[in-house]
Design a binder for this molecule. Structure first.
Ligand SMILES: [Zn+2]
Length: 595
């Protein structure tokens, strides 16, 4: 299409092409979709690019906002005063639940009334071109209105503040005075009585409330722990630490567990003898949240009664980091990592214990290299997050992990993610892929990067394969951040580091902070977590060392060479963060202790 003609027919497409945000091919495809759109309200090109081509919403819509002269709301959401939040909340709920839902569906917030024109309502919209906005303004009883553009990530934050304080299930739970009935004989389960109890709305409210509350607080897992005396404890894991959220008393733990099992796809409520996995899906605050449920039979304290323990992992796609710069990779680790994933082929291995955030980093790295010209395949068991632009293989009883690994070789991939190298076969397949022109991402369970080399060697992978297939091995840990509201400067650094068993000479002139505890951090002194990394980039020297391994891989020699190349150990990477006042020395030492 001629440019002049395009400028007339599709201003958005013309602008995005001019700015190099989209190319001719994508533009042509998007225009075709727009042409063929059967919906009553035809989508514009920006909406199509975000919906169908998975372009970043904010990149596209910032241009659209400029093009159509929508004002952009740009300010730190965290700094909104409490009374403004209350005011917005009131405006959202005043016209009833239906209107509130409409607002959330269309991602628009009644922001405020104009300072000068008092009856003009300012609407903050993620998509200012949404044709429903006029109708929404009308529903909010606004005589006049103005649409401002609000970035999607700011909208998400704001909605968190506006909607999160209410949990209707929690409210119902607190208001309900339903009597809990307890069976006399604890040792056997009377299915009929259990049934009666399970159907009590109080229990259902409790479980639904925990799903919503857990999601809103950003917890990673919900633990349901049966206790003797007809009690069940619900714990939330937040920033890596478990904390009690609720104790359900005077109720058979079996009943609580059965309610969860009833609501999980793929679970049998009457099965109490074996481990089961299931899924729950809910829409919470306008987002689809998935929950992976794991049930394990356990014994009670008196050993006579059988219990089940349940852990629910919250899979919130909003938590997926797509931007590598947000992972906290710094200095040499960052340079080495970027270089490793920019290579046309080779392996990128993340290592660390469970809960060290390996997959978060791996997925963020994958997002850097995914583009429509690449066939990206993933084999994970289980699939935790939906990765846009990748084909994620489904592991199940008809195709297991090993079969899937074999099958990907025949599915013409460019980039492959192998969730975990569990054994020689998986490792060799991953390495084969890396050696035959594919960029391959995977994880291993080892303490640090050099020991990952030794692990592969012990699995029986040939040293020359290890040496030449791998681009980088990155070890990762999550450490807690000091609470910014209460952390305190260490007055006597010399004594402080000596007590921690370190040489004060290495800490001359360092400014260190320690934890205190306040209301904002639940009196723990810490708030939030960050990642630290040890990046073992495969330089010529490292490769030479591995190829020449005899009976054993010399981990120490690799460590020594890596240090010369610029690698920081996990502990030193942590100390670097401590020197920036972001964390404390004991936290670093605790998190980097060898198992
Ligand atoms: Zn604090």
């Amino acid at each position: 299409m001629l440019e002049a003609q395009l400028e007339m027919t599709d201003k958005i497409g013309y602008l995005l092409l001019k700015k190099g945000i989209i190319d001719h091919k994508i533009l042509e495809q998007a225009l075709k979709i727009k042409e063929a759109d059967q919906a009553k309200l035809k989508r514009n090109l920006a909406q199509i690019l975000v919906d169908e081509f998975k372009f970043d919403h904010d990149i596209i819509f910032r241009e659209v906002a400029v093009l159509y002269a929508f004002k952009e709301l740009n300010f730190p959401i965290e700094e909104l005063p409490e009374e403004r939040i209350t005011e917005m909340k009131n405006m959202m709920t005043k016209q009833g639940e239906e209107i509130k839902k409409l607002l959330l569906d269309h991602r628009v917030i009644p922001f405020k009334f104009d300072d000068k024109i008092r009856d003009k309502l300012i609407l903050a919209a993620v998509d200012p071109t949404d044709r429903a906005l006029a109708k929404i303004a009308y529903a909010l009883n606004a005589k006049k209105f103005e649409i401002n553009y609000l970035r999607k990530k700011d909208f998400d934050k704001l909605v968190g503040l506006l909607v999160s304080t209410e949990n209707e299930f929690l409210k119902m739970m607190q208001e309900s005075h339903e009597e809990m009935h307890v069976a006399e004989d604890e040792s056997s389960v009377n299915e009929e009585e259990l049934d009666a109890e399970i159907n009590k709305s109080a229990l259902i409210n409790l479980i639904e409330a925990s799903l919503i509350e857990g999601t809103r607080r950003g917890v990673s897992d919900i633990h349901l722990i049966p206790k003797s005396g007809n009690k069940t404890e619900i714990h939330f894991r937040l920033d890596g630490k478990l904390a009690l959220w609720h104790t359900q008393e005077n109720t058979l733990p079996e009943a609580v567990m059965a309610v969860v099992k009833d609501r999980s796809k793929g679970m049998d409520r009457f099965e109490r003898e074996k481990a089961q996995d299931g899924f729950i899906q809910r829409e919470i605050d306008g987002h689809i949240i998935r929950f992976r449920v794991s049930v394990l039979p356990t014994v009670g304290t008196e050993l006579k009664n059988k219990f089940e323990s349940i852990v629910i992992r919250i899979l919130d796609d909003r938590k997926v980091i797509k931007d590598l710069s947000k992972l906290g990779l710094v200095g040499y680790s960052n340079q080495a990592f970027v270089k490793a994933i920019s290579a046309p082929q080779g392996m990128i291995i993340l290592t660390g214990p469970t809960g060290s955030g390996k997959s978060t980093t791996l997925i963020a790295a994958l997002y850097q290299v995914i583009n429509p010209t690449k066939n990206v395949l993933t084999v994970e068991d289980p699939v935790e997050y939906v990765i846009e632009g990748a084909r994620q293989l489904k592991i199940g009883y008809k195709m297991n992990f090993e079969q899937a690994i074999r099958a990907i070789l025949r599915h013409d991939p460019d980039i492959v993610l192998v969730g975990e190298m569990r054994d020689k076969e998986t490792a060799e397949t991953a390495i084969k892929l890396a050696n035959t022109g594919h960029l391959t991402f995977s994880t291993l369970h080892t303490n640090d990067a050099p020991s990952a080399v030794a692990r592969l060697y012990k699995m029986g992978v040939e040293p020359f394969l290890i040496a030449y297939a791998i681009n980088i091995i990155v070890a990762q840990r999550l450490i807690r951040k000091l609470c910014e509201s209460c952390k305190k400067k260490v007055t006597n650094v010399e004594e402080y580091v000596r007590l921690a068993g370190m040489d004060p000479k290495d800490w001359i002139g360092a400014e260190l902070y320690e934890e205190v505890g306040c209301d904002k951090c639940n009196h723990s002194g810490y708030k939030g977590r960050m990642a630290i990394h040890e990046a073992l980039y495969f330089t010529k020297e490292i490769r030479r060392l591995i190829v020449h391994s005899g009976e054993d891989v010399d981990e120490e020699a690799i460590r020594e060479q890596a240090r010369k190349d610029g690698t920081l150990s996990l502990r030193d990477a942590g100390f670097q963060k401590a020197k920036l006042g972001l964390t404390s020395i004991p936290e670093v030492i605790g998190a980097t202790m060898e198992d």
